[in-house]
Structure formats: C-alpha cells, structure tokens
Design a protein around this ligand. Structure first.
Ligand code: PLP
Length: 441
C-alpha cells in the first residue's frame, strides 16, 4: 500500500486510542514505515525523533538488535502456552530476576498496565476479605493516573478521562499532593494526608501511588520524602501500599525503580511499559510472601485468587523482558569518549545534559515552570485556556520539524529512549523551544 492509501483506509477502518477522531479532518494521521533507535520514519522519508518513547514504552530504542535477536530465538521454540498448570523457562528466569532486583517474593503476570493495577487492587481487597474484613474503599493521590479499565480509572484522578464514567466507578478517596518537589511541600501534604488516613483507614484496603512523577497527570513531580512519608502512614494505619511504577520503572527516574529513591518497599509493585523495551504487551504485579500466604490454603476454603488473562506470561513478551534486563546488567553498554557506561550511568549524564540545556526555556514569557526527575523533563507553559489547544500546536510544529512531542495540555515534556545521542537531544530541545515560542506569537 502507498502512503495515501494507508492514510485513507486507516481513517475508514481504525478507531484510535485517546483521540477525538474528528481532529483527523485537519490533522493528518502518520503511517510509520520503520523505526531505528530514537528515529521513526514515514513512507515519504520524513524522520521524527521519538521524544516520548512511543507513549513511554520504548526505553532502549526502536528495533534494538539485542532484543530483536532474543525474541527471534524465543519464536523458534515456543510462542505461547497456557500459564495455569504449565510454566516455561523464560517466566521462571524473569520472575527470579525481578524478585532479586526489587526484594519482592512473588510475581503475577498480566498483559498491560491497567490489568496490573486491577490485579493489585483486587488482590489488596481480597487479602482483607481472606482475613475476614471487607474494606471496599481505595485510596490514591489527587491528579493520579493508573489506567483506563474501570477499577484503574476509579483510583485515578484525571478528570478528562474519568469524569464521564463517574456513575459506574468503585469507591475511592484522594489525598492532596505537594505543589512542587520541595521537602517542605512534601511535609505539608503529608500532614493533610494523615487526616484522611486517620478518618477513613478502617474501610480502606490499599493506597496506590505513582512514585516521584505523575506522568499522565501533566508530569507533576514530588519529593522522595513524600513517598517515604506515605509508606509510614500506610504502616501506621495498616493499609497496603501499591507502587504503580508502570511509567516510572526501568530507569526512567534515575534509579532502576523510583521507590529506591524513597528507600521504601511497597506491598505491591506494578510494572509494564518499559518492561519489554516497548516491544510487546506484558505486565507484572510483584508482591510479598505475606500477601501470598493469605491466599494459600486448602481449595475448599475458597481463598484462591481466581484471576486470569489469556496471554498471561506470554513467552515472547518475557523473552523481550529478559533481554531488557540483560541490557541493564551490562557494565559496558555504550562507549563514549573512551569510557564505558551502563544504561543507568549514562542516563545520569543524559539527564544532566538535558537539564542544562532546558534552562533557556526560562527566558520564554509563556513558560511557567521547568522540572525534571531523571529522564523525564517537563516544560509547563502558562495557563492557556484548554480550548486554545496550545499543546496541540506545539505537537504540530514538532512534527513539521522532525520531533514527535505529545504535550499533555499545556505541558510539553521530553521522555526519550535512553539510546538518544547528544545531537539528537539538541534537536529535540531546540524544536520544542521554537514551537513553544511560536504559539505565543
Ligand atoms: C500507562 C500507565 C498505566 C496503564 O497502562 P496500560 O498498559 O496503558 O493499560 C497505568 N499506570 C501508569 C502510571 C501509566 O503510566
């Protein structure tokens, strides 16, 4: 098919995610022919830097040779097998590695982030039920995002996605968040949080948090102290804690997992997105023996967790995930100026470079704030009325100039694959700068 034909047939047959399809009357849909590293290429030879890691999933570049090889190898032996009553080598290896990395004891598999969140909140609820208590309320942060299925949407708080469905959601209470990344703000917000814990704790089964960065929530960031304080509140009031590291896991915030910076261990951790390097849909819920044992008994007691997905622990996805962990383990991943770097070491250098280079945004009159956590850098424009869709204008400008940015409202952000080179960072930042400057003219 030719470019034009793909575009036409796409709009005839496809309904795209998170999109008002009528926008495509003026906004061309872009067929992508191939990807390599941070670059996406369309059928007309236009190239775009994938500055958002294809919705935050692609951490190690498109068409990564090592991951490609590992998936091909897996494909030669086993594409999929039922994961109830059966297992496979890749799943055993991956689970052992994830447990060693995080200090958890058990891994439950699913195939996307929202499902992982559903599993964690169901397990938390079910844990209390197995212990003889019905705790039917969930606790989360204001402005949080945990996915789109009804349970995940219920514990989220982004009105744009949630409000339409308010009549059919499950019970959830939200905690105010810090205004910024300072420790003073964290302490203030924790004081507010404690009032809520104190008042409602008896009926709350779990508290869920995206540690350090609320990604879909306009890239709002908070101090590790806030996460630590919330873990302490969960301990004090006997509430299970779920860390949703679906977007922030796998090196995105500077450490392998964001919880490390707060020095805490939650009761559940949800991972997806970067887990397979952005190749295949896979997610996991990590938990402790303490939770696991509340379900472990004779069948007749009917306490088992009877949840499943057809593609649970898909071997191809797992082969990709094992390959991703191999890459993180490499001490000699990339050579620069005669020195070897691991992924995480190089990320620290990259984020410093990005931070130094975004300082110039401060001189733009329509930029309100710049903030960064590891490999996430956000530029918040002033409060343009949402109807003006200034973010969309920056998006269009980016595409015309070879950079895929996908602003969240008035927030432009950089969340590139870790394979990005310094000159590519320059281009990404300069195009965003010019785009932001232009929307004010
Ligand atoms: C993307 C995301 C989800 C949902 O994952 P899907 O695979 O899109 O269902 C949940 N939580 C967070 C923090 C996310 O960023």
């Amino acid at each position: 098919m030719k470019n034009q034909e793909i575009m036409q047939k796409d709009l005839k047959f496809n309904w795209h995610p998170c999109t008002q399809m009528k926008d495509h009357e003026f906004l061309p849909i872009i067929p992508i022919k191939k990807g390599k590293g941070v670059w996406l290429e369309d059928f007309e030879g236009n190239r775009y830097i994938d500055a958002i890691s294809s919705w935050w999933v692609n951490i190690l570049g498109h068409s990564n040779e090592y991951i490609n090889k590992k998936i091909k190898e897996q494909l030669q032996t086993l594409e999929h097998v039922i994961f109830a009553g059966f297992t496979h080598e890749g799943a055993v290896r991956l689970s052992e590695r994830l447990c060693k990395l995080t200090g958890f004891d058990k891994v439950f598999y699913a195939d996307n982030g929202s499902s992982a969140v559903e599993i964690a909140i169901k397990m938390a609820f079910h844990y209390w039920k197995n212990k003889g208590e019905v705790r039917d309320v969930f606790l989360s942060l204001k402005n949080s995002y945990h996915g789109e299925t009804i349970g995940a949407l219920s514990v989220g708080d982004v009105g744009l996605y949630k409000d339409t469905y308010k009549e059919i959601l499950i019970k959830n209470i939200t905690i105010p968040i810090p205004e910024n990344q300072s420790e003073e703000e964290a302490i203030r917000a924790l004081r507010e949080a404690e009032k809520i814990f104190e008042k409602h704790h008896k009926k709350i089964s779990s508290f869920i948090i995206e540690p350090l960065v609320q990604c879909a929530g306009y890239m709002k960031m908070h101090s590790p102290l806030f996460v630590k304080g919330l873990r302490e509140l969960c301990n004090k009031y006997n509430i299970l804690m779920i860390a949703d590291e679906i977007a922030v896991g796998f090196g995105r915030t500077g450490t392998m997992f964001a919880c490390e910076q707060a020095g805490i261990k939650p009761d559940f951790m949800c991972l997806s997105k970067g887990l397979t390097g952005g190749y295949l849909p896979l997610s996991v819920v990590l938990t402790t023996d303490e939770i696991y044992m509340a379900f472990y008994c004779d069948y007749e007691e009917l306490k088992a967790f009877l949840h499943s997905h057809s593609y649970t622990a898909n071997p191809l996805g797992i082969a990709a995930a094992n390959a991703v962990l191999d890459i993180f383990e490499m001490k000699q991943w990339k050579m620069e100026n005669g020195k070897w770097y691991s992924v995480l070491d190089r990320n620290r250098k990259l984020s410093q470079y990005i931070w130094d280079n975004v300082q110039k945004f401060k001189s733009l009159p329509n930029v309100k704030e710049i903030r960064q956590t590891g490999m996430i850098t956000a530029i918040e424009m002033k409060d343009y009325p949402w109807q003006e869709r200034k973010g969309l204008k920056v998006y269009e400008y980016g595409l015309k100039n070879g950079v895929l940015l996908r602003p969240l409202g008035n927030v432009i952000y950089f969340m590139p694959p870790y394979v990005i080179e310094y000159d590519e960072i320059d281009k990404m930042i300069n195009v965003a700068y010019d785009g932001i400057k232009k929307v004010e003219e």
